[in-house]
Design a protein around this ligand. Structure first.
Ligand code: C2O
Ligand code: CU
Ligand code: CU
Length: 537
């Protein structure tokens, strides 16, 4: 991690905070610094956790320990199940229940600023981990929120200005599960039959230390590693019995997009997405999972032979080195593939083994897959507060930097079109803005054209949304290799926008006012400024 010019970044950060603090009344720097240092005694917490971001040396690969950043957790109050440590570098799994009031004492023991975001959770602005609330070494920030989300799998990670990619890369992330009444009624596989799978790609030096990038091209593409870690470790095989399991998969990678599938062609059965359980299970041949996206699977090992294995893989998909020409702009992707090969990372389109499940024991009974999961109200255009207005999220690029709505990140800044009335429901259109690109997306070879043809996982803070439509203008062979892997029926907080694709979503903005981020969850893109604020008021 020696490539990071931390002093310079810190300088930039101070500069940004200093100049922007006065742009928004009520969010002055003086108010954001020093905020929430102590608990609010009126907030009666059911669960209290101390969470410390610190450096640690832990075993990840055989041999030398790896120097990482790690969230260390300690349960101060509440049920013992609320916090579960994992081996590996990830933070503990936080197990919450809907309706619980949670207080988290966050301590920063890192040699750089840090802030923690509860990705997927519907919490007030000051509890959301906006980078303006970063704290410095030795400081404390007290997060207090009620768990409003329904059952599902969320996560937490650092969200520090221009340091999110490197901090998450070094280990600052962990899972959050939420349970509720509706889930308990379903009696889904639990305990040892409920398996978390956080998938991340990393690279290591010969001495087992984390190796990051970046030359400028790698940074534009995002980091791709050559080693897959599961739950913060290199694992050999996960032992399972011949019955059904619930698997909570999070793509915690910086920029790698997975096409998840079973080695033997068994279909994938999804029971949940980012925001919780689906209405009913959905069967897909494979599932596309971009950074920050979650999917919950129902995996039934019944009928498999003890001693046999089943491998979860990243399947090959086109849109990279192996493909020439064709709908999605093969030329550009060819260049991307070549770049991948040049820096030794596994290309996005390769078959990669992710996790091997080893059947260790035959057992006779297994729960049956429920036909219905949880009721879900479909949002339609009828629900939109202002049917004449669509909020744009235009993906663009200028001066070799990705932008959203024509701008890069501005700590507390927002434009007129980024103002959202509180308690409204908005239709939002996420699309590629090709103006000034000379049609680069279709015709370009390398350079700008290549970059415009990148996929971007777009994430919105605050409440979960629903996907209304996906439109792909570049139909053809390339898109055909991924198009059956999208789950559009559930609650989402991150949507993978492929090149040539336009996605319409409906999102409620209830309960909380203030600044809520929307950004690309390719963490290198985010740190380069592909992030903006919505101002909800
Ligand atoms: Cu997972 Cu704004 O982030
Ligand atoms: Cu988030
Ligand atoms: Cu991006």
């Amino acid at each position: 991690m020696t490539h990071i010019d931390y002093k310079r970044r810190q300088f930039l950060q101070y500069a940004a905070l200093g100049t922007l603090a006065t742009t928004l009344p009520g969010f002055a720097l003086a108010e954001s610094r020093g905020l929430n240092q102590t608990p609010n005694n009126l907030f009666k917490a059911d669960v209290e956790i101390a969470l410390t971001a610190q450096t640690a040396d832990i075993p990840i690969l055989p041999g030398a320990h790896t120097h990482v950043f790690k969230y260390h957790g300690k349960l101060l109050k509440g049920p013992q199940t609320a916090l579960k440590e994992l081996p590996g570098y990830l933070g503990p799994i936080l197990n919450f229940e809907q309706g619980q009031k949670v207080r988290i004492y966050f301590y920063n023991q890192l040699p750089e600023p840090c802030v923690t975001h509860w990705h997927g959770m519907h919490v007030p602005q000051v509890m959301d981990g906006h980078p303006m609330y970063a704290i410095y070494r030795g400081e404390q920030y007290v997060y207090e929120f009620e768990v409003k989300n329904p059952t599902g799998t969320n996560w937490y990670h650092s969200h520090t200005h221009e340091l999110t990619a490197t901090q998450v890369y070094q280990g600052l992330a962990g899972l959050i599960t939420i349970s509720d009444e509706a889930e308990r009624k379903l009696d889904l596989p639990s305990g040892e039959f409920d398996i978390p799978l956080v998938i991340q790609d990393r690279s290591f030096t010969n001495g087992n230390q984390l190796r990051y990038i970046l030359n400028r091209h790698q940074r534009m593409r995002g980091f791709l590693g050559d080693t897959i870690l599961v739950n913060g470790q290199e694992i050999s095989a996960i032992p399972v019995k011949t019955r059904a399991y619930r698997m909570r998969i999070l793509n915690g990678s910086n920029s790698r997009i997975y096409k998840l599938g079973w080695e033997d062609g068994t279909p994938m059965i999804a029971i949940g997405t980012d925001g919780g359980l689906l209405e009913k299970p959905e069967t897909l041949p494979y599932i596309m999972l971009a950074p920050a996206e979650r999917v919950e699977l129902w995996v039934d090992f019944s009928g498999r032979k003890p001693g046999s294995d089943l491998m979860l893989q990243n399947l090959a998909y086109q849109g990279s080195a192996s493909h020439r020409g064709g709908g999605m702009g093969g030329g550009m992707h060819q260049d991307m593939g070549r770049m991948d090969m040049m820096d030794g990372a596994s290309a996005q389109n390769e078959v990669i083994s992710i996790a091997k499940f080893h059947i260790i024991e035959q057992i006779s009974d297994s729960p049956k897959l429920p036909v219905e999961l949880v009721p879900m109200r479909r949002l339609t255009t009828q629900d939109i507060s202002n049917p004449d207005k669509t909020v744009p999220i235009a993906i663009g690029m200028r001066h070799m930097a990705f932008q959203l709505n024509g701008k890069t990140f501005d700590m507390q800044g927002h434009t007129e079109l980024e103002k959202i009335p509180v308690n409204s429901v908005q239709k939002i259109k996420i699309y590629h803005d090709n103006r000034g690109m000379g049609g680069g997306m279709r015709g370009g070879r390398g350079g700008m054209g290549m970059m415009m043809a990148m996929p971007h996982p777009i994430h919105l803070h605050g409440q979960q949304f629903q996907i209304l439509s996906r439109t792909q203008i570049n139909q053809g062979n390339v898109y055909d290799t991924i198009k059956d892997g999208f789950i559009n029926s559930g609650w989402k907080d991150t949507a993978l926008v492929m090149p040539g694709e336009e996605i319409e979503i409906i999102k409620p903005f209830k309960d909380f006012t203030g600044l809520f981020l929307y950004h690309c969850h390719n963490l290198e893109h985010e740190d380069m400024g592909m992030m903006r604020n919505f101002f909800v008021s």
